[in-house]
Each structure stands twice: as C-alpha cells, then as structure tokens.
Design a protein around this ligand. Structure first.
Ligand code: SF4
Length: 467
C-alpha cells in the first residue's frame, strides 16, 4: 500500500520508531520563535546549563506584542515592552537569529519565514504557536507545540510524537470568481466543525486547491487548526517551486535542481489510503462569513443568522443561542443587514501581498462608509509592507480612509494596542472569532479581504458583488 504526503515527510524525519504505543522521535528541521512562547524555554535551557543543539535551525521574530504605529518610540505598554526586551536578550545570549521590530524581515512568524524562503517542501517545522500549520502550504509537516516542547526542540532538535491520522479534503472543481481561499477554508470548517480535524493531518487536494497561489494556499493551511487538525498540507508543485526560486534561503544552482527533484517525490501515492476523506464542491462556493463565536459558525454571506429554535441538536442549539446573544444579533436576520464598526485587514491568515492586492482592487476609487469607525490595514510582515508600498497600495488604502500600519499580529488578538472596545463589531480577515479575541467584549465576523473591503465601503456586511 502507498503512503500519504504526511506519512512520507514523517518517515523521512524518523530518528527512532517508538513501537508498543510509545511515541516516535522526529527530527525537526526548523523552529520558529516569538516573544510569547519562548521565555520559559530559554529559561529552562539556562537552568539546565544547556545550549541550543542546532542554533542555525532556530529563528525568531517579534509579532504578537508589537505596536503597529510609532514603532520607533518607547513601547508604552510595559508588559509588551518586557516581552520584547526579554526575547532580544535571550536571542543575544543563546545566539538565535532574531528579526526584531524595525527590521526589514520582521513580521508575523508565519509570514516572514516563507518570504525568506526558509519554509520549504518536505521539512518538519514547529513553533510555539498553533497557526504553524500555515507552512504546510509548501508540503512541509508544520505544527504548533507547547512551551516545554519548544525547550525540548532547542535542546535536542527532535520531538517525541505519536503519528497523526490522515485526512484528505478534496476541493473539487473550479472556484467561482467571487469565492476566495478564505471562503474555501471557512466552508470546510463550517462543514466538518471545529473538532472535525482532531488528531488528523489534513491534506488539501483537488482542482480548486491546485489553482491557488502560494499566499492563498497559506490562508487555507493556516486555518487547519480551527478545524481542530494538528496540521494542514498541500503537495508541492510548480506553483511552490516558482514561489521559492530566488528567495534568500532557497537552494541555488545544482542544489536547487536536487531539491526540486526531491520535492517532486512529495505527493500522496495513488494507492495510499487516508483515514478519512471529505469532499467539497468548489463550484458551489461563494463568499463566507462567520456569524457566531467560533470559526465553524459560518455561512454563505447570502444566508440568514440561524434560528436556534430550528436546531435539533441540543448542544449546537445552546452554543448558537449563546453566540447570537454575545454577538448582539437576532435569529433570522440577513447576514448582509449586520452593520460593522471596524474593518481589520491583516493577520497570518490574510495579511499577505495577494490579500492586500485583493482589498486594494476593491477599495480603489471608493471611500470608507461614514458609519465605519476605522479601517486598519496591517501587512503580515515588513517585506509585505515594502512590496505593497512599491506597488502604491498604501496610497489606495490611505485615499480610502484606511490606516496603513506597520507589520504585526495587530487586531488579530488583544495583546497589543490594536483592540476593539466592548460591543464593538469588526469584520476581520483573521482566523479566530472567540469571545473577547479582539479585546474584552469584542464581536468578530471572519471573512476574506474582498468581503472586508466591500463591507468597509457599504458599512454592512457585503460582498464585492453588492457594490
Ligand atoms: S496573526 Fe493572530 S493567529 Fe496569527 S500568529 Fe498572530 S496572533 Fe496568532
């Protein structure tokens, strides 16, 4: 019997087979680090008197606690300032390469590494951050780990793990012009639920996936964790190779040819069997938006907010009741009638150059609705910001009435000054709409950059077709 892509990458990194229910020991090619989940790991190493085993396979950046304005001034938030200076001191002491705030390669941990060509097919990549699944877009086995595991990888460059189950999600047919990568993944999570991927590595397959750009593939893999999966992967192909060629850390010359020859072997065999298979008809997809407080509570933008009274399952019914109350909505109201206060375009899900181009193309020649308090456009990395400025996208955003910010996690989570106030409603291109995610009492609707841009123009949740 053949093997799946995930199984191939696993086998290529096996240091020791566990057997008898014991975990395997896997070699880790790359660990990404940031200020939030690294302090205890560095401290653990310090207390044990150890040094990183392969310091050249660790790389750090600053993202969660960074302000996105006035970055050259002292950070007014004492906790954030301490997080950042601690990372800087730790990286200096242990010799870990760091791209700090102000550096041209600084950015969200899942955005800066692919841009540098550090994320490559067939690698094992970890980070103390759940959205590490993003890197699976390149055919890497990439997943989030806990703080003690971060310390373990620093000390040994290995990780002890039980094999994951495998799931194929086939996104068949061509995506309609008004649907995007974000809509694919929101539709998948709405279908399989936030626990549907638990214990699995998902491999996204099918025509609609193959037609995506690398930025779009990263959007899909990024949200695998929101379906409960450990990782999401897409087999590398010419799109992947084209993206990587010439990037600072991509192989060159003869090494490039050898790498591509290996990367081409990284695909699921025709006779491989997945533990679970899910089929999605891409031709039926359109813009999706979440109405509730988890990423699985999403619907096509043309739908109505569900009526809990019509939900048969008691657990789902009470979750819907609670979500509708928290979100300040009415059962049965059209999603398109929901007025939003703030528009956030950014995050490791949708803060890449393709996302900014998509939003700018819609905003061009328009101005934000008077009812919209603010539109924040936050590039996922400083390189994305520079590229966008080279293309003049910053001017489009500013003319529109949006705030053009520096790179970072920003309003994806309430860990820096970019927050919503209680009951403030946002449409956000990020990945989590949990209660309080964007600040205490915040109300978040997840959507694509295209829907966020159209909403910023009309003031109520809208798709570009509504303009
Ligand atoms: S953008 Fe959001 S989800 Fe992504 S790494 Fe930052 S806080 Fe986490």
């Amino acid at each position: 019997m053949g093997t799946t892509l995930a199984e191939k990458v696993w086998a290529d990194h096996l240091v020791r087979k566990g057997g008898d229910g014991a975990p395997d020991l896997l070699y880790i090619d790359l660990m990404l680090m940031h200020e939030v989940t690294s302090p205890q790991a560095f401290e653990g190493l310090r207390l044990a008197g150890r040094k990183p085993r392969h310091v050249d396979q660790l790389i750090a950046t600053e993202d969660h606690n960074t302000p996105t304005v006035d970055i050259d001034r002292p950070n007014p938030d004492k906790t954030s300032a301490l997080q950042l200076t601690t990372l800087e001191k730790n990286c200096k002491e242990f010799g870990v390469r760091l791209h700090p705030l102000g550096d041209a390669d600084q950015g969200i941990v899942h955005a800066f590494a692919p841009i540098l060509g550090l994320t490559q097919p067939g690698m094992t990549i970890v980070c103390g951050d759940s959205h590490t699944s993003t890197h699976g877009a390149f055919g890497a086995l990439a997943f989030g780990i806990g703080t003690s595991e971060v310390e373990h990888v620093m000390a040994t460059q290995t990780l002890s793990l039980k094999p994951f189950k495998t799931m194929a999600i086939n996104v068949n047919g061509k995506l309609p012009a008004d649907a995007t990568a974000k809509d694919i993944i929101l539709a998948i999570i709405a279908k399989i639920g936030t626990g549907g991927g638990q214990g699995y590595v998902i491999e996204y397959r099918g025509e609609a996936i193959r037609n995506l750009t690398m930025d779009e593939r990263m959007t899909v893999c990024n949200m695998s964790i929101e379906a409960g999966a450990r990782a999401g992967m897409i087999a590398p192909d010419e799109t992947t190779f084209e993206y990587l060629k010439g990037r600072p850390h991509a192989p060159e010359g003869e090494l490039w040819d050898k790498a591509v020859a290996y990367w081409k072997t990284l695909k699921t065999d025709d006779d491989a069997v997945f533990d679970k298979v899910v089929d999605i008809d891409a031709t039926k997809l359109g813009p999706y938006v979440t109405w509730g407080t988890n990423p699985g509570q999403g619907l096509p933008i043309t739908a109505d907010v569900p009526d809990p009274a019509k939900i048969a399952d008691a657990t789902e019914r009470s979750a819907a009741e609670r979500a509708i109350k928290y979100m300040g909505l009415k059962p049965g109201m059209p999603i398109k009638d929901i007025a939003v206060d703030t528009v956030f375009i950014g995050s490791c899900t949708n803060g890449r150059i393709d996302d900014l181009r998509q939003a700018a193309a819609i905003m061009k020649g328009h101005h934000k609705a008077d009812s919209i308090h603010r539109v924040l456009v936050v590039p996922a990395s400083s390189r994305v910001r520079l590229e966008a400025e080279k293309e003049g996208l910053d001017k489009v955003f500013k003319d529109f009435g949006a705030e053009w910010r520096n790179a970072g996690c920003s309003m994806c989570l309430g860990m820096n000054p970019d927050k919503l106030v209680p009951n403030e409603r946002s449409i956000s291109t990020s990945n989590r709409n949990f209660e309080g995610r964007q600040g205490k009492g915040s109300r978040t609707h997840l959507a694509s950059p295209a829907v966020a841009a159209a909403t910023a123009i009309r003031g109520t949740i809208s798709s570009p077709a509504d303009l």
